[in-house]
Design a binder for this molecule. Structure first.
Ligand SMILES: Nc1ncnc2c1ncn2[C@@H]1O[C@H](COP(=O)(O)OP(=O)(O)OP(=O)(O)O)[C@@H](O)[C@H]1O
Length: 947
């Protein structure tokens, strides 16, 4: 099985506590990160304070189990000088003064191996150690005795102590090897014979030449797809590490690195080399001996064939029971729907094979078999059922013995029944628990399955077990494959296992993974886009590979069932041939000569028949070979696909992790920026408002100034008009009515324009126009209710309405002024007339003085006095009382007075009073002048008041 080289990175603790660290590791995410942010994904990122125990337990247990199961293992330590390579592999030393806690991987490995072997007394083992050093491409045996046999841990430690003392110090490579041969008979009666080697290599630091050669080989291996021939014999080191890189060992590479900034470049080099190793795939297999898996019978069983026969029959019966139990259990598990697709396939296949077995056992195999007899037994152990026929013949020869053996048989039957029932129940309970644990946590330790007891059950679970019957020792058994699969699963790190489970789960779940959805939804950015793209491409590949793997599984299982059919046919044929041959022999040996002649024709036919069957058998065997080759090819392809799927899954996970990181960082920065933007936005809004108001006020000011300018122009025009009209009136002493009105309009308009200019000036100066225009509290208080209502109404008028109203008032004012002027003129004429009359009255008086007595004089004097003072009523009343002899002039005077009394002089309306018609009666009057480019505003309200 292809298992990638596994990588662990160990950081050497900084020499000083407060010294700066330029490399960090995250044991949770298994990432080593440099100060520049460069990340290295490894299988184990060990913490800087990682103890020797932690290091050992974090990845060496699966290696030990693998080694015990017959696989080669390897630990290779890379690193610059003084980074703890030797410390990691061996510890600080093996003298009494050295603490056990400091023991490195090698002593712990030896301790654990001997401990486990002690727990498995059924295993015979021979364990050897070697300790070699490569100094300048020369090999140097540290122990001086080549392979050294160790029977127990104490012996091993003695050699360790010795080697530690004898080893060469300096920059050289050290290779420590433990090789072990094991033999044991499994509870299934199968002899297991395995050989495994564990090598531990403490590599020299750069620039040792062998290291460069190794580096090149690693790169060659990495680039070689399909694998090309690698020349390992370039130097001693690479020859020794042949199995560790691109070979058959289950390899862990440990990168020992320094965290000191001055070693940064060297550290990066080591990390990159480690990462290169990660891409190498080793083909790990169980090293089986050529004589493995052949049934082994104990002495007793050889001596008592009848008992053995019985045992086999009984075992067959129990086996059938066991298989039925398993069937029930599998059906239950299938119904629970908690299995992945691959598991469902496996279980379905198992059930299918079971059904086939049932058919076979019920005697419906074929006509050939039927001819032979009813006792078929299981196809795989068909030859073992032969002794049953023997027992028949024995029965004929010795019937007495039979009756005795029947009682013994009954006793034994009961004993074995009890024993098998117990065993069966226990086995199933164990398997069931293991299986459920596997479903729950996917965390079966290899040690659980590596024991000899677990093998039969695993064989029963695996269809590949059939291959053993076909070609013993040539390929791996189902149990072994299962074991390797689990070793591979263990070796891939718990994270990868999770991924596999996830991927299985996902197959059942049509909903895409959350992270995937999230990833696809991610915010657009070049980096995220790239990740998304990569993720999609990898995902597509991954899905295709999964489909292909499933297809291959199906193909394999159909080939296997085909194979099974053919094997059954072969067995049947062999039996037939065997029986026919026996028949021929029997004829030729036992019969008389005459009978022989009689039967020679029959024999001839039988021989022909045998030949025919033999030809058929050959064809079947050829087909079997072909199918086997095909299966092997498919399985290899599937294994490669499986590894690729796991790799893709890892890649997908990495990508999703990266994208999550990017996304998190992005979200954080987006949050930060959003906050900042909100802040800036509010500031901007404030500033914009200020600016707007400033701009507005500037614009407004400009507008106002423009308006004032225009108003002034209009005022000038009006003023000109007024002047010309006034001039005309001066010249011609009077004006036409329309001209008079025009003059008044001009004057009023000029006054209105002045007010408007004053108003706009107020606005420019920043005085609230409303303050000047709107009614102040005083005004409001002083107003009558009617006025207040009127003001309220005016406030609600629209612009146009206000314009119309103002225009009307303007016309009214002009009208009033016109009327006023007319009245003034009338009054002036009347005054003139009164003066004329007074002159005439005086003349008349003088005339009367001369003609009348003094009494009248006083009377007329008082009349005149009242007329002069304007008290016409009084003058009139006096006039009434005048004598009848009063002159005609006096009478005319009286008439005129009466006329004047009926038309009193019109009241003079000062023009400024017209302003009171406007709502703002106390509008401030400001005089705006320019003085050295500054506006000087003189408040004139007081003056107005005085007016
Ligand atoms: N993780 C660690 N914890 C405690 N001590 C350590 C650690 N790593 C290394 N040391 C100590 O650092 C020193 C150097 O370690 P070691 O000799 O193992 O380095 P090295 O890489 O094998 O060096 P060289 O290449 O020269 O053989 C030793 O004294 C060892 O005890």
């Amino acid at each position: 099985m292809d298992i990638p080289v596994q990588i662990a990175v160990r950081l050497k603790p900084p020499s000083l506590e407060d010294s700066t660290q330029c490399i960090f590791s995250n044991p949770v995410t298994q990432i080593v990160i440099t100060e520049s942010g460069q990340t290295f994904h490894v299988n184990r990122a060990l913490p800087v304070d990682c103890t020797q125990v932690y290091l050992f337990s974090s990845f060496m247990i699966p290696q030990i189990n693998c080694f015990l199961d017959g696989c080669d293992t390897s630990v290779v330590v890379f690193g610059q000088s003084k980074t703890g390579k030797t410390y990691t592999l061996f510890g600080s030393g093996f003298e009494c003064i050295h603490s056990e806690c400091d023991q490195g991987i090698v002593p712990r490995f030896l301790t654990e191996i001997f401990h486990k072997l002690n727990q498995m007394p059924e295993r015979e083992f021979i364990l050897h150690i070697t300790w070699m050093q490569v100094v300048n491409n020369n090999i140097f045996d540290v122990l001086g005795a080549g392979l050294v046999r160790c029977c127990n841990v104490e012996e091993a430690f003695q050699y360790l102590q010795m080697g530690w003392r004898q080893r060469c110090q300096g920059n050289n490579h050290t290779v420590f090897t433990v090789s072990m041969e094991q033999k044991w008979v499994g509870s299934n009666g199968i002899l297991n014979h395995r050989m495994s080697t564990a090598s531990f290599c403490d590599l020299a630091a750069y620039p040792e030449p062998g290291l460069f050669v190794l580096e090149n080989i690693i790169k060659e291996l990495l680039a070689g797809n399909p694998p090309k021939h690698i020349n390992y014999d370039q130097c001693i080191l690479t020859a020794m590490l042949r199995d560790s890189f691109g070979g058959r060992a289950f390899t862990w590479v440990i990168g020992c690195i320094s965290t000191e900034p001055e070693d940064y470049q060297d550290t990066l080099k080591i990390l990159n080399l480690c990462l290169c190793c990660r891409g190498i795939k080793n083909f790990v297999t169980v090293n089986l001996f050529a004589d493995n898996n052949t049934p082994v019978y104990t002495e007793k069983s050889v001596l008592q064939p009848a008992d053995n026969n019985f045992n086999i029959q009984f075992a067959t019966a129990q086996w059938i029971k066991l298989v039925s139990n398993a069937e029930g259990l599998f059906n239950k598990i299938l119904q629970s729907k908690s299995l992945s697709d691959a598991d469902i396939n496996q279980v379905s296949e198992w059930l299918f094979l079971k059904a086939e077995c049932d058919e076979c056992l019920s005697g419906d195999v074929g006509t050939d078999n039927k001819e032979i007899g009813p006792k078929q037994g299981l196809p795989r152990i068909a030859e073992d059922t032969e002794p049953s026929e023997l027992s028949e013949s024995d029965a004929e020869s010795d019937s007495e013995e039979d009756s005795h053996s029947e009682t013994v048989f009954q006793d034994k039957l009961e004993k074995y029944m009890e024993y098998f029932r117990e065993k069966n129940d226990q086995l199933f309970a164990d398997r069931c628990e293991e299986y459920l644990n596997h479903i729950d946590s996917d965390d079966i330790t290899i040690s659980e399955i590596s024991g000899s007891q677990s093998l039969p059950t695993l064989t029963s679970q695996s269809n590949s077990g059939r291959r053993r019957t076909i070609q013993p020792g040539e390929s791996l058994s189902g149990a072994e494959l299962e074991l390797l699969r689990k070793v591979a699963a263990k070796a891939i790190s718990p994270e990868s296992q999770k991924i596999i489970i996830e991927s299985h789960k996902k197959d059942l779940d049509p909903e895409p993974k959350l992270i995937e959805r999230e990833l696809l939804k991610m915010i657009d950015s070049p980096k995220t886009d790239d990740i998304c793209k990569k993720y999609r491409v990898t995902k597509e590949k991954y899905t295709q590979k999964q489909i292909l793997a499933r297809k291959l599984s199906k193909e394999i299982s159909s080939s296997q069932s085909q194979l099974k059919e053919l094997i059954n046919l072969c067995i049947a044929k062999e039996r037939l041939i065997h029986d026919l041959s026996r028949g021929v022999c029997h004829n030729s040996v036992n019969k008389q000569y005459s009978e022989k002649v009689e039967n020679s024709v029959i024999d001839y036919d039988m021989v022909k028949e045998i030949r025919r069957h033999e030809t058929n058998l050959k064809t079947y065997k050829k087909q079997i070979e072909q199918i086997k080759r095909q299966i092997r090819k498919d399985e290899k392809r599937k294994n490669t696909l499986d590894v690729e799927i796991v790799k893709d899954k890892l890649k997908l996970d990495e990508l999703s992790e990266t994208s999550t990181d990017v996304k998190d960082r992005k979200t954080n920065s987006i949050k930060h920026f959003t906050h900042r933007i909100t802040q800036l936005d509010s500031i901007l809004k404030e500033k914009t408002n200020d600016l707007e108001s400033l701009e507005l006020s500037k614009e407004k000011e400009l507008m106002l100034r423009k308006e004032i300018k225009n108003l002034r122009k209009t005022r000038e025009c009006l003023h000109d008009q007024r002047c010309s009209l006034g001039h005309k009136r001066k010249i011609y002493k009077s004006l036409s009515d329309s001209e008079e009105r025009k003059l008044l309009e001009c004057e009023e308009a000029i006054e209105a324009i002045d007010t408007a200019i004053e108003y706009k000036n107020n606005l420019i100066c920043g005085k609230s126009p409303s303050a000047s225009l709107s009614d102040s509290q005083d005004n409001r208080d002083s107003r009558s209710r009617g006025e207040q209502m009127l003001m309220a109404r005016l406030d609600k008028l629209s612009h146009d309405e206000m314009k119309t109203l103002l225009y009307r008032y303007f016309q009214k004012v002009v009208d009033l002024r016109g009327a006023c002027a007319a009245l003034e003129a009338g009054a002036a004429a009347a005054a003139e007339e009164a003066a004329a009359w007074r002159t005439r009255a005086a003349a008349a008086w003088r005339h009367a003085q001369r003609a009348r007595p003094h009494a009248h004089t006083r009377h007329f004097q008082s009349i005149h006095k009242y007329v002069d003072s304007g008290n016409t009523e009084r003058a009139l009343s006096l006039g009434m009382t005048t004598d009848s002899e009063t002159s005609d002039d006096a009478m005319r005077l009286v008439d005129r007075m009466k006329q004047l009394a009926r038309c009193p002089p019109p009241p003079v309306i000062p023009s400024q009073n017209l302003r009171q018609l406007m709502p703002a009666t106390n509008m401030p009057v400001a005089k705006v002048t320019k003085e050295k480019n500054k506006l000087v505003i003189i408040q004139q309200q007081q003056q107005n008041k005085r007016h």
